[in-house]
Design a protein around this ligand. Structure first.
Ligand code: ATP
Ligand code: MG
Length: 581
């Protein structure tokens, strides 16, 4: 397993003169899929058309792995002036639901892609797929089998042992046609019969040993209702759907590599002319500290380990959105990691790096104190309030300035003061000087403690001539602290999210253990913090940098009486060992 780290990424990203990141030469060379496409275009294959599709099964919410696939499919179409379809692969009515259909459409659009009028469902093709199955039966290449699931698997043999032919394999075409029609008409119970392709029970590829094409399922479908009680298997439906939509490059993940001969076998039964979609496999995305399997994500939701699919700790697109990730950061992440032919696990720090980089450019700064201690300026006039000018975003002058109220009593972070500092501590200490951001230099004169020895007040003096625009404004001190005015601060709820899992590969568990044992017990801490009053106008979804702390996004739970912020990511990676120490 190859883990790609943030250090590696940083070495791949270089800064150009405008302070914008550019990608070095080696990264701009074509990935292997684009190489195939360019070769196809130059050889005139498919008249130079490029047409891809993103084919989710509507049985769960999309996650960051799907985002990679979406960026690849839609991004490739965009790059080559082609088209990309959204197709719901809805061949399994048992697990599928319109709730998932809706969320998938929302997520693809949010990522910045559009299928225009090319929204399809595999279930749109059920009639055609049935007709083709009849054709395959008529040509002697499919048969109705009465073996049950257990027998079928036993007859299939093993990798080292050839399979055995079913006694029903020799049924006549007439008998097969009759039984298949009666399967469709609902005469037989679930599991009593299947339609199988007649390929080769000794084939070295187990998937080619007479694969199942249709099974009986007396279950209503979210789109076709009770019209069907037989449903096509994924392998049979998928390539034919690609063919019907004129897909040229059918991009899927590596586990389908062994399915490719079957994909091609089915196409050979039904396709006319020269055109065939081509299946190309790439490595799925795995992330450290992250569980990506839909089944496990569903388990986290059902067992209420998280609050829902959009819990900001989930790797789902809706979870990442609620956490404060931007579509640009996800697209940039997908580009940065590129396309691989072999399985790899990407360090989640890379994803965090991408969102930090993007939010640094686009989010306004505000001052918020998470863990307050009171700081009193003894020589500051009692009822004076000044409005200090604060820059909204040093990365973007166009974002302008705002006013922040300053007064005699302030909150600063408790961690920014140490009574007996050791080593290099450039923040506030007895007798020490720091600058208050956008304001004055102050000096610590005294502290007040309660009976338990906790510091309750820090008393300082301020230096009136050190504010911007005044004679001593250039005076240098080592530390600068953020602060809020006690009388003007707005109490807000802050949800400090951290990684959901405490171990690097949470899905790797020993026999008898559950992946949920790897949950990080500190993945969420809810606190009340004090923000500068400018946050009063913030709306759900707005993103900010809390100065010196990290990036935060206004949660959808925000209402008139309570502003809620989710921490998207801290300013620095606190997980790498060097910084933890
Ligand atoms: P399931 O176990 O339900 O099949 P799935 O994750 O494969 O889960 P699909 O809805 O079939 O879900 O996936 C839609 C598309 O997204 C497929 O083309 C699939 O290959 C791709 N995809 C899924 N997971 C990843 C991943 N981790 N990395 C990249 N692509 C992925
Ligand atoms: Mg799948």
């Amino acid at each position: 397993m190859q883990i790609i780290s943030e250090n590696k990424l940083q070495s791949l990203i270089i800064m150009n003169d405008e302070n914008k990141t550019t990608v070095p030469e080696e990264k701009t060379s074509l990935n292997f899929i684009h190489q195939i496409i360019e070769d196809d275009i130059s050889s005139g294959k498919n008249q130079g058309r490029v047409h891809t599709r993103f084919p989710p099964e509507p049985n769960g919410y999309l996650h960051i792995g799907h985002a990679k696939s979406i960026c690849l499919n839609f991004g490739t179409a965009r790059k080559y002036n082609g088209l990309a379809n959204l197709r719901f692969d809805d061949t399994n009515p048992v697990k599928e639901d319109t709730e998932y259909v809706d969320s998938i459409m929302e997520d693809v659009r949010w990522l910045g892609f559009d299928w225009d009028d090319r929204l399809y469902y595999a279930s749109d093709y059920f009639d055609q797929l049935y007709d083709w199955a009849v054709k395959i039966i008529k040509e002697g290449n499919a048969y109705v089998d009465d073996l049950n699931a257990e027998q079928i698997s036993e007859y299939r043999g093993t990798v080292t042992r050839a399979g055995k032919e079913s006694p029903f394999r020799t049924r006549t075409v007439e008998e097969n046609l009759d039984l298949f029609a009666r399967m469709k008409d609902g005469e037989f119970p679930d599991g009593s019969k299947v339609l199988r392709a007649k390929v080769d029970m000794a084939h070295p590829n187990m998937l080619m040993r007479d694969p199942i094409m249709y099974r009986i399922l007396h279950t209503d479908h979210h789109r076709t209702g009770d019209k069907w009680c037989i449903y096509p298997m994924y392998d049979y439906a998928h390539g034919q759907s690609d063919y019907l939509e004129g897909i040229t490059h059918s991009i899927c993940t590596l586990e389908f590599e062994v399915h490719r001969p079957l994909y091609e076998w089915y196409l050979a039964q039904v396709a006319e002319g020269d055109y065939r979609p081509r299946q190309i496999e790439f490595a799925r995305l795995n992330l450290t500290y992250t569980v990506m399997s839909k089944r496990k994500l569903l388990q986290l939701v059902n067992e209420k380990v998280v609050t829902g699919w959009d819990d900001p700790r989930m790797p789902t697109i809706c979870g990442l959105r609620r956490r404060g990730f931007t579509p640009e950061s996800l697209r940039n992440f997908a580009d940065t990691i590129g396309i691989a032919k072999r399985d790899q696990t990407i360090d989640v720090a890379l994803l965090e790096f991408c969102v930090r980089e993007d939010l640094n450019k686009r989010s306004n700064r505000v001052m918020t104190v998470l863990n307050p201690v009171k700081l009193i300026l003894d020589n500051y006039p009692e009822n004076q309030v000044e409005e200090l000018e604060a820059v909204n975003n040093p990365e973007d002058q166009e974002k302008g300035y705002r006013k922040v109220q300053f007064s005699k009593e302030l909150y600063i972070e408790r961690e920014d003061f140490q009574e007996n500092p050791t080593g290099k501590f450039f923040r506030l200490k007895p007798g020490g000087e720091v600058r208050l951001k956008y304001g004055y230099i102050i000096k610590c004169e005294d502290i007040v403690k309660d009976n338990e020895g906790n510091i309750t007040e820090i008393h300082c003096t301020y230096q009136d001539d050190t504010r911007s625009g005044r004679p001593n404004s250039n005076k240098k001190v080592k530390g600068t602290l953020h602060w809020v005015s006690v009388a003007h601060a707005v109490p807000v709820e802050v949800r400090l999210y951290d990684r959901l899992f405490a171990t690097e590969t949470p899905e790797n568990v020993e026999e008898g253990h559950d992946f949920k044992e790897n949950i990080n017990p500190d993945s969420l801490k809810v606190i009340t913090a004090y923000a500068e009053s400018s946050v009063l106008s913030a709306k759900a979804g707005d993103r900010f940098q809390f100065e010196r702390l990290g990036y935060f996004c206004v949660d959808t739970d925000t209402n008139d009486s309570n502003i809620v912020f989710n921490r998207t990511v801290a300013l620095k990676d606190t997980w790498t060992k060097s910084e933890k120490a």
